[in-house]
Design a protein around this ligand. Sequence first.
Ligand code: ADP
Ligand code: MG
Length: 238
Amino acid sequence: MSGLELRNIVKNFGSVEVIRDVSLEVKDGEFVAFVGPSGCGKSTLLRLIAGLDKPTSGSIAIDGTDVTEIGAADRGLAMVFQSYALYPHMSVRENLAFGLENTKVAKAEIEARIADAARMLEIEPFLQRRPGQLSGGQRQRVAIGRAIVRRPDAFLLDEPLSNLDAELRVSMRAELAALHARLKATMIYVTHDQVEAMTLANRIVVLRGGRIEQVGTPLELYNKPANRFVAGFIGAPH
Ligand code: ADP
Ligand code: MG
């Protein structure tokens, strides 16, 4: 199968079961949103997909290959964090190049990718600046740029816009949609903002207490919520 497959994923922290038997398939190129209240396990699930953490049980496959035991660096995925996670002592250019420099990617190719991402995200004027000299929106663009230059098969985004003000969030939403259309890569997008999920995603996964409550297109969830929780979360009539 091409795409991502989670099978019976369980994650415990100590005696607390945080992810409870989650199974899910994400097709190549899909934009999937994970939504649910704070603490329901969205970030944990994303970290498991990224390979930043290992499931207690269950398996993860990418394009039919079991990657459960494979580290984050070798999964062909790139994660974008809410906190940007940029290196403050490096320039924007250095932040973008970081992680590519000690790989097989040639220097000229790294430069070309940086130029391409900088153009796409309109951060060319800031390449020599440090993150501390940028606005929140500019920093988030750099964080997204750092994922883009890796040319990943999938982007894992954990509430990437939640630190931005409302107006910027709306314009960045449109940029993310355009980016998805252009890159045609898989995007898994964590948000607690149902409007963001409804406008961006091909499919929405509603989580509650570490379980999937419902998976469907925005329209399916709106028209046929499985229960009052989903309806309430999506803002559908119930
Ligand atoms: P969300 O992203 O949906 O807000 P998280 O995945 O961050 O939720 O957290 C889910 C639950 O797991 C929470 O109860 C949180 O406290 C707990 N949790 C997350 N990471 C850890 C950890 N490293 N150690 C212990 N508990 C954790
Ligand atoms: Mg989270």
